[in-house]
Write a protein that binds this ligand. Structure first.
Ligand code: ATP
Ligand code: MG
Length: 414
C-alpha cells in the first residue's frame, strides 16, 4: 500500500516532535512579543503572482521549487514557499500603511519542491518576523537581536554563528554587478553550467554557488564592499555599531547574498555545523524594494525566517510530555465514579489518563506506559468508604485518601 505513505518530502509530526515544534514556536513567539512583534498569519496559498512577481523569474524558488496549480475556479494558485511575500501582500491589501511601522511574527508550513533529505523537506515549517516601515539601520539591528535572543533562549546560540553582509543600495549593486559580470565572463569556461545561466540572469547568485569550480573562480572575484557608495557604507557601519553595542558577535561573509532583486543593505544568516550539509538555520535581510515591486507604495522592510525542523533538531531531545494521573477503576461498579473523579481532576487542572479496559495489572502497566506520576485505584472496598488508593508511582508508596480530599492530596503531583 505504498500510496498510503505520506507524500515524498512530507512527514507526520507525532507528539514527541510536535512538543519540540511547539516549544520552538512558543519560546520564539514569546521573545518576539517582547520586541513588539505580534502573532499573525497569512493564507497558506496565494495567487501565484504574489510569488512570481516578487521572487523573480530567475530565483531557484520560482524556477524549480514552487507548488503551483490551477484551481477549480481557473485561478493560478501557489502554496507559499516562504512568508515574506504573503506578509507584504497583506500589508498592501489590508491597508496597513496607516499603522506603520508594523511588526509581525508568524509560524506555519511552507512548501517547496526540493530533493528531500534530512533537514530538507517539501512541506517544512518556519517561524519568522517582519518589520515593515522603518528605513533606518535600527530596524535591522532589532531584527537580528530578536533572532539572536530567540536562539539564545532556545539554548542553541552556542551552536550557531551569525554571518553578515551588505548588498548596498541599488546604485551600489548596479556598479558591482557590472564589474562582477565582466570578471566572470573572462572565466566563463571554469564556471558550472548553472552558474553560466546565472551569469546572464542573476550574476550575484554565482557568489553563493556550492560548486567547487565556481568557488575557485569566486575566490578571486572583485569584492562587493569596494563598490559600496557612501550611503550604503554608512548604513552598514551603523548596523555593525549596533551589533557591537549589543555584544552580538558575527562573521563578515562577503559571499552571503540573497539572490532576489528586492533585497538591499543587510543580509544575514545564522548557520550551524551541527546539522550536516543543512547549515542554514535562520536567514534574513532588508527588502526595501519588495512592496513597491508588488504595486504598493515603496515601503522599507526587514525580517528573517528560520526552519522549525532545523531548530528543533538543534535543540536535541524533545521536552517531556506532562505526566498524567492514572485513574484506575477496578470492577464495573467503579466505572462511573472513576469517570466522575477524572472529570473533577481535569476541571482542577490535572492531566488524567482514565483506564478503560483490562484487569488491574494491565491497567497499572498502562499507567507506567503513559509515565503517570501517580495512580488512583478505585475498587469496591474503597468506594464503600468514599475513598481511593493513591499510589506514588515513583516511590511505590501508597495510602488511602478520601475522594473529597483528592484534589488537594494530589497537589504534589501537579
Ligand atoms: P537552503 O540554503 O538550506 O536551501 P534557503 O536559503 O532556501 O535554505 P530560506 O529561503 O532563507 O532558505 O529559508 C529560511 C530557513 O528556512 C532556512 O534557513 C532553513 O532553516 C529553512 N528551510 C528552507 N528550506 C527548507 C526545507 N526545504 N526544509 C526544511 N527547512 C527549510
Ligand atoms: Mg533552498
Amino acid at each position: 500500500m505504498s500510496n498510503l505513505q505520506p507524500a515524498r518530502g512530507t512527514h507526520d509530526i507525532l507528539p514527541d516532535e510536535m512538543r519540540a515544534h511547539r516549544r520552538v514556536v512558543g519560546i520564539a513567539g514569546e521573545v518576539a512579543e517582547r520586541y513588539g512583534y505580534e502573532f499573525m498569519a497569512t493564507p497558506v496559498f496565494e495567487f501565484s503572482q504574489v510569488f512570481k512577481r516578487t521572487l523573480g523569474d530567475t530565483s531557484d524558488i520560482v524556477t524549480k521549487e514552487m507548488y503551483t496549480f490551477i484551481d477549480k475556479g481557473d485561478d493560478e494558485i501557489t502554496l507559499r514557499p516562504e512568508n515574506t511575500a504573503g506578509v507584504a501582500r497583506c500589508y498592501i491589501s489590508e491597508g496597513l500603511a496607516q499603522k506603520a511601522p508594523v511588526r509581525f511574527f508568524y509560524a506555519g508550513p511552507m512548501f517547496r519542491f526540493e530533493r528531500p533529505q534530512k533537514g530538507r523537506l517539501r512541506q517544512f515549517h518556519q517561524i519568522g518576523i517582519e518589520n515593515i516601515g522603518i528605513a533606518g539601520a535600527m530596524a535591522d539591528i532589532e531584527v537580528i537581536a530578536a533572532g539572536a535572543r530567540i536562539l539564545d533562549e532556545l539554548g542553541v546560540a552556542d551552536k550557531t554563528v551569525l554571518e553578515l553582509n551588505t548588498l548596498g543600495d541599488a546604485e551600489s549593486r548596479d556598479a558591482y554587478r557590472a564589474v562582477l559580470v565582466e570578471y566572470l565572463e573572462k572565466r566563463i569556461d571554469e564556471l558550472s553550467k548553472e552558474s553560466r545561466e546565472r551569469l546572464t540572469r542573476n550574476p550575484l547568485r554565482v557568489l553563493d554557488s556550492k560548486d567547487e569550480g565556481d568557488r575557485k573562480v569566486v575566490a578571486g572575484a572583485p569584492v562587493y564592499s569596494d563598490y559600496l557608495n557612501d550611503a550604503s557604507r554608512a548604513f552598514f557601519d551603523e548596523v555593525r555599531e549596533g551589533l557591537a553595542a549589543l555584544d552580538i558577535s558575527y562573521r563578515l561573509n562577503p559571499r552571503l547574498v540573497r539572490g532576489l532583486d528586492y533585497y538591499s543593505h543587510t543580509a544575514f544568516e545564522f548557520t550551524t555545523e551541527h546539522l550536516g550539509s543543512q547549515g542554514a538555520v535562520m536567514a534574513g535581510g532588508r527588502y526595501d524594494g519588495l512592496i513597491g515591486m508588488m504595486g504598493g507604495t515603496a515601503t522599507p522592510g526587514v525580517g528573517w525566517a528560520a526552519g522549525i525542523e532545523r531548530l528543533a533538531m538543534l535543540c536535541g531531545e524533545a521536552p517531556a510530555a506532562r505526566r498524567p494521573i492514572a485513574v484506575v477503576p477496578v470492577g464495573d461498579e467503579a466505572k462511573m465514579p472513576a469517570l466522575k473523579l477524572s472529570e473533577e481532576l481535569r476541571r482542577a487542572g490535572y492531566r488524567v489518563d482514565l483506564g478503560h479496559s483490562g484487569n488491574l495489572s494491565k491497567r497499572m502497566k498502562r499507567a507506567n506506559k503513559v509515565n503517570a506520576s501517580a495512580a488512583l485505584i478505585i475498587g469496591e472496598d474503597e468506594l464503600a468508604r468514599g475513598a481511593a488508593t493513591l499510589r506514588d508511582l515513583d516511590s511505590g508508596e501508597q495510602e488511602e485518601a478520601a475522594l473529597a480530599s483528592l484534589v488537594d492530596r494530589l497537589a504534589r503531583f501537579r
